[in-house]
Design a protein around this ligand. Structure first.
Ligand code: 5AD
Ligand code: SF4
Length: 465
């Protein structure tokens, strides 16, 4: 156990003692990606060990934590909007306000907070998340405002308590940071360079999850298929690559499904494709971020592949794994994107027939090369292209849904449907939501369902006897 974690566990005990009998409540608001969701589970773990219980009601919160995202402007706007609301609650009941995550790594944001939202109590960054118990202790006992943000990449801290949001599916972070510097992206500046976790620690975490009854694991990282390719990699373990890791996780009894996000097309080596093919638990839907279909724009984005290379990779994977399908991320309106460039994006979408497309309008991020480029695309053009892409994607989804009708799918049952308590809901291997009638004892199991109808965002199924 590292010294850092020993110290933090001591702070957890100290705060817990003081909080005893006070029935304190906390709320955590998470913005952004699954990595942030996973960080929030760790923050929750620390907070619950310090004697707070979770509430969904902000009005009764004694501690509110924001785990922020800065990947696009709308994520930032959400924080500032919500802070106004929490200020009033703080005035009423002295709620402690802590703000952490990616946005706090940006100096101009912390300055803005100090100037216009100076009622916050704790600011912490992505490299100091594990020090939250000490920060909270200092706030409680010295009653001073804490700013705990580091520019240097933090080490990966093992052994933090964790409170998970789900008991069937779990995320396991395998690496932090990114070395790619795509020119639109702020992530390398706020999450630092790539640091891989020791494979033994990852495997032990998955084994523990399997023992607790978890069925689906998502391996997380900004660039998962460069796992163990840079930074400290000399771990004493037979796992030497992402491909090896998939094979080892596949052997863990009890786990039924393995997913991973996000890989980078440039690192999709044959050994990774072979592992996906050979491992029965690895879902045959691959998230392969395209970003743009134009070779010219991809070059400006520093993605390091061309339209043809991307399409060739898809073809190669389809040959090696006949049942494989794809999901992707696409940005429209990157600086310099012409109508012809956008047509190339549509062309790739038509050719690949993605199962799912996450579509984004380019958002200028301070400090990135994209923000400094001169030929920014006007807002109305960005929006028009977004709408056109959305139309194509939706027509493909509905066409694709038809193909499911009449087939039998293995579905991991996740719980009851949010909109109808009478129905169970789950997902196919390819991540499609399926609703069906069945007993609650099926929750957490994989069942065979015949797909009887499709409804754009979900399918309906019936249990196959
Ligand atoms: N503007 C719009 N979308 C972005 N993404 C990352 N940075 C930006 C940006 N500045 C998208 C990419 C990435 C996903 C997580 O978010 O598509 O894959
Ligand atoms: Fe951002 Fe590119 Fe790194 Fe993904 S690979 S986090 S898009 S810089």
């Amino acid at each position: 156990m590292s010294l850092d974690i020993v110290a933090e566990l001591e702070y957890i005990e100290k705060v817990k003692k003081i909080n005893e009998g006070k029935n304190l409540k906390y709320l955590i608001l998470t913005m952004g990606c699954q990595l942030n969701e996973n960080d929030s589970e760790k923050i929750s773990g620390m907070i619950e060990n310090m004697g707070y219980t979770k509430t969904e009601n902000i009005e009764e919160s004694d501690l509110v934590v924001f785990n922020t995202c800065c990947v696009r402007e709308n994520a930032e706007d959400r924080l500032f909007g919500k802070l106004g609301e929490v200020k009033k609650i703080k005035e009423k009941r002295g709620t402690i306000i802590a703000i952490g995550g990616c946005m706090m790594q940006e100096k101009h944001i912390v300055e803005k907070l100090k100037q216009s939202y100076s009622f916050f109590d704790i600011v912490f960054g992505t490299h100091t998340l594990h020090k939250f118990p000490k920060d909270l202790y200092t706030k409680l006992f010295e009653n001073k405002r804490i700013e705990d943000v580091l520019d240097i990449d933090g080490e990966i801290i093992e052994g933090l308590p964790i409170t998970r949001n789900d008991n069937i599916k779990a995320s396991v972070t395998i690496m932090n940071g990114c070395n790619n510097f795509c020119t639109y992206c702020i992530v390398p500046y706020v999450r630092g360079r790539e640091r891989s976790r020791n494979p033994e620690d990852v495997l032990n975490e998955v084994r523990e999850l399997a023992k607790k009854g978890y069925k689906e694991i998502t391996l997380l990282g900004q660039n998962v298929n460069s796992y163990l390719k840079s930074g400290k990699v000399d771990f004493d373990c037979k796992v030497k690559s992402f491909a090896d890791l998939l094979r080892e996780v596949n052997k863990i009894e009890g786990i039924e499904r393995i997913r991973f996000i996000s890989p980078h097309p440039k690192d999709f080596t044959d050994d990774v494709i072979e592992s996906i093919r050979d491992c029965d638990k690895v879902c045959k839907i691959i998230h392969l971020p395209l970003q743009s279909g134009s070779t010219q724009v991809l070059k400006l984005m520093n993605r390091r592949y061309t339209k043809e290379q991307y399409l060739n990779l898809v073809e190669k994977m389809k040959k090696m794994i006949p049942e494989v399908v794809f999901s992707t991320d696409i940005i429209v309106g990157f600086p310099g994107e012409t109508d012809e460039d956008f047509e190339d994006t549509l062309d790739v979408v038509r050719k690949v027939h993605f199962e799912q497309v996450f579509m984004f309008i380019y958002s200028r991020r301070v400090g990135t090369p994209g923000d400094r480029m001169e030929n920014q695309v006007p807002e109305e053009i960005k929006h028009a292209r977004f709408d056109k892409l959305k139309e194509l994607v939706e027509s493909q989804i509905s066409e694709n849904n038809q193909k499911y009708v009449g087939t039998v799918q293995k579905v991991l049952v996740e719980g009851t449907s949010k909109t109808n308590e009478e129905l169970l809901t789950g997902r196919t291997d390819s991540n499609k939501v399926v609703n069906f009638v069945g007993g609650k004892d099926l929750i957490g199991n994989v069942v065979k369902l015949k797909i009887v109808s499709e409804h754009m965002w979900y399918l309906k199924g019936e249990i196959v006897e």
